[in-house]
Every structure is written in C-alpha cells, then in structure tokens.
Design a binder for this molecule. Structure first.
Ligand SMILES: Nc1ncnc2c1ncn2[C@@H]1O[C@H](COP(=O)(O)OP(=O)(O)O)[C@@H](O)[C@H]1O
Ligand SMILES: [Mg+2]
Length: 435
C-alpha cells in the first residue's frame, strides 16, 4: 500500500503527563503510529502552565522519546489546551445569499458572522465548530454549497480560552524547539479519537477524566452542542488517599493504580493491602475497602459536577448513547458503574478507536489508527494525543493530495498554517471539526 510518508505529531500537554505521538499518514488517510513518548508533567496545574521550564522539559523528554522510537525528527506539532478557563457557547451567523444559490463567499461570510461574538479582550476563540447550516427554512444542512435560497444561517459551537492560557502552552512548546501548527481543546481531540459517529448522532457525553481536569463535551445530531472543563481529576483522588492512609503521594498513586476501585461494593471485606507509611516507618496492612471508601466519594463528586454540566446543556433528555468516559481515571475499576448510578445513563470506558492491524477498510476513509504501535497506545490515557494525530492527519489528507517527499521529519509542507489560509482551507477545517 502506498504511503504519503507524511509525518504528523500530536502533543498532549496534560496535568498528569505530557505525551507525544508520531503518526505516519498513509494514502488512504489511515494513520500508523510509529512513535510514542511520555513524561510526567509537573509544571501544569488544573490544565494551566504554572512552571514554564518544567513544562518545556517535560515536552522535550516526551518528544525526544517519541523521536527515538519513530526514527524521525519532530519539528511541528498539534497541541492540546485544557483548563477551567476554557468556556463555550453556541452562536449563529446569518447573511443574505448574494446570487440565489449559496456560493463559497456566502459560506465564508456567514462563518465570519458567527464568529463575531462579544469576547472579552483577555480571551480568544480557539474553535468555531459549525453544527448545521440553515437555508431559508431548511435546517440540518451540512454542506450548503449550491443550495438555492435567499437566507443562509449557520449555527456554531464556539470555544474560547484565556489568551495567556493558550500562549503559555505555545510558548513552552516553542521553547522546546517545536512549531505549533494548531491548538485544540482537549475534549475535542479526545472525542475525535474515542466517539463513534452513531453515538454523536444519538446524543452522547464525552468525559475525559485526567489528573487535574475533567473535560466534558456533549454531542447531539452528530455535532458538539456543549463543552466545559471542570478543575477536578484523578490527582485529587491520589491526594485524598495520601491523607486518608497517611502515606507519601507517590505511594498513594501506586496504591490507587494497583488496588483502587471506585465502587466499594465491588470489594470484599477480607481483602487487605500493604501501605508504606510516611517518614520511612514500617509498612502496615489496611483493608482494601477503606481505600475504596476514600476513592468513591471523590469520584461521586466528579460525577455530580458532570451531572450539573449535563443539566446546564439542556440536552439531558436526548442522550441516547449515554456517557463515554476516557482519560487515565476512567481506568479505575468501578468508575463506569459508579457513573451509571449517579448519572442514570449507560456509561462505557472510551478507548481510542483502532482499526484492525491491516485497517478494517471502513469506506477507505481516514480517521483510523492502524498497524504500527497501535497496541501500545490502546489506552484511554492516549485519547487526546491520538485525537490530535487524527486531526493533523485529516488536515494533511485534505490539503495535500500528493506524497510529501521522503524527508522523514514531522514538518509539514503547510507549516505556516497557524496563520489563516485561503477560505477553502478554512472551510475544510471547519467542516472537519464538525462532522
Ligand atoms: N490504571 C489506572 N487506574 C487508576 N487511575 C489511573 C490509572 N492510570 C492513570 N490513572 C490516573 O489518571 C490520571 C491521569 O490521567 P491522564 O488522562 O493521563 O491525565 P492528564 O490528561 O491530566 O495528563 C492520574 O490521576 C492517574 O493517577
Ligand atoms: Mg488529558
């Protein structure tokens, strides 16, 4: 099978870890993962950079590891942005169609019109995702070009972020020697990697529970309708365990991952774990149930906050596909079951959607991770990084119809893409984000 031999890189700058994933885009749009690197992230709190040097070093370590595995040099990346400073709202744009049939310029104008919302000076728009176009009274249109009418409307989902929040992440990546091609809200990237199209059609909540943040994105009729970032995550659970069991944080993290469970009814009364004590005192035995009694209320609290977001979205009654949890904390046994109890919706753990080792041939379209190191990234902790890779791969497939040459570097021919390109590029971008 021919290859574009074009390399794309997703850089997930999380609160718990920084991950770099290198993908090789094939001619059919599928992506082979050829390099993965990860490094603990100490310079990020609740999704926000609090130490530039530590974050830069974590990025360098993750990228270096991925470079070694992939055998290429990484120069340009798609980067994730998170943090409770991300806010979203739905907006719409309306224009009069200029010559009876919707043309390219009408679409461009209506999308610009939809972006013209009042945003405080310290914030910037990071996504304007089209939901649907409406031509006269006909709604639900995804591709309006060529449709006859006199009034064109677009409904969009807008995500904004603090300018400083975005710039700090970009600065850390640039100091690490990387060119940032695009920034993406974490939940939009994770949703891309994890959700099935029919889930988005029927209505679904994507919840990415990381270390310091929990990202929520609600989809209905195939498009995103609500998103938010909550300043809570698995690292709060670790802290609770450290305090509750009087053990160092590193030991609390180990215990959580080895023995943790979010639903104490799943744990037997007689199960016992060994816990190291602070100050180097001798380890003691504790009941595993006690550990779960610490974890459960914190995760329950996270679910109650998610419930509030669902109610605030006004889409609570149309979530036919329930809830999909991803991110590291979704790996806690009992996490999905507890979610079902609290939210009253079916909950599944979202792993990145991976094709068979030879690809599953689903229409020959892109958006599928195949071959290579796919087994290595088969975990909810890689959802965001893989989503970024898929976004980058799709942009490539659309922008470049021909192979990008043999130089196995992750610099893309459209490397200056941060600046707005032609309207066709913009439109293609917008359409991809939405559908
Ligand atoms: N197997 C596991 N079981 C329970 N918790 C886990 C597991 N693996 C990771 N975690 C927790 O998930 C959180 C990190 O999630 P992740 O999605 O990797 O974070 P981030 O996006 O913030 O970098 C941490 O609190 C970590 O302890
Ligand atoms: Mg994350």
């Amino acid at each position: 099978m021919g290859r574009k031999d074009e390399i794309v890189v997703g850089l997930d700058v999380g609160t718990h870890k920084v991950v770099a994933v290198v993908g090789d885009v094939k001619t059919d749009g599928t992506v082979e993962i050829i390099g993965v690197g990860s490094s603990p992230s100490n310079g990020i709190m609740k999704g926000v950079v609090v130490n530039v040097n530590q974050t830069m070093e974590a990025i360098q370590r993750a990228v270096h590891e991925a470079e070694l595995m992939a055998g290429c040099t990484v120069n340009a990346v798609y980067v994730s942005v998170s943090g409770a400073h991300l806010k979203s709202f739905n907006n719409r744009g309306v224009v009069a169609v200029q010559s009876r049939v919707v043309g390219e310029q009408d679409v461009e104008r209506v999308l610009e019109n939809a972006k013209a919302a009042q945003i405080p000076a310290d914030r910037q728009i990071i996504h304007t995702v089209p939901q649907e176009f409406v031509v006269d009274d006909n709604d639900g249109i995804r591709q309006p070009l060529g449709i006859a009418g006199s009034r064109l409307q677009v409904n969009v989902h807008v995500v904004t972020a603090l300018v400083s929040g975005v710039q700090n992440v970009i600065q850390c990546a640039e100091r690490a020697g990387l060119h940032v091609l695009k920034t993406s809200a974490e939940m939009i990237a994770s949703a891309k990697a994890v959700l099935e199209e029919d889930e988005k059609e029927l209505g679904v909540v994507l919840v990415d529970i990381g270390g310091g943040t929990t990202d929520v994105a609600i989809f209905h009729n195939g498009f995103i309708v609500h998103s938010a970032v909550l300043p809570v995550g698995g690292d709060h659970v670790t802290k609770d365990i450290a305090v509750g069991l009087r053990t160092p944080k590193a030991e609390a993290e180990r215990i959580k991952i080895q023995h943790g469970c979010a639903l104490s009814t799943l744990v037997g009364e007689d199960e016992v774990i060994e816990v190291a004590c602070v100050g180097g005192r001798e380890a003691i035995e504790r009941k595993r149930k006690l550990l779960c009694d610490i974890i459960e209320p914190r995760i329950e609290e996270v679910y109650h906050l998610i419930e509030r977001e669902i109610q605030a979205s006004n889409f609570a009654d149309v979530l036919g596909s329930g809830v999909v949890i991803t991110g590291g904390t979704s790996l806690l046994p009992g996490c999905a079951e507890l979610g079902e109890d609290v939210l009253g919706h079916p909950v599944r753990v979202g792993y990145p959607r991976l094709g068979g080792s030879g690809g599953n041939g689903s229409g020959g379209r892109g958006g599928m991770i195949v071959g290579g190191l796919r087994d290595l990234v088969n975990s909810p902790i890689y959802s965001t990084a893989l989503g970024l890779v898929l976004q980058a791969a799709e942009d490539d497939v659309g922008d470049n119809g021909t192979p990008g040459g043999n130089s196995r570097t992750a610099i893309r021919r459209n490397g200056s893409k941060g600046a707005p390109g032609g309207w066709v590029d913009k439109m293609r971008d917008w359409m991809r984000q939405a559908f």
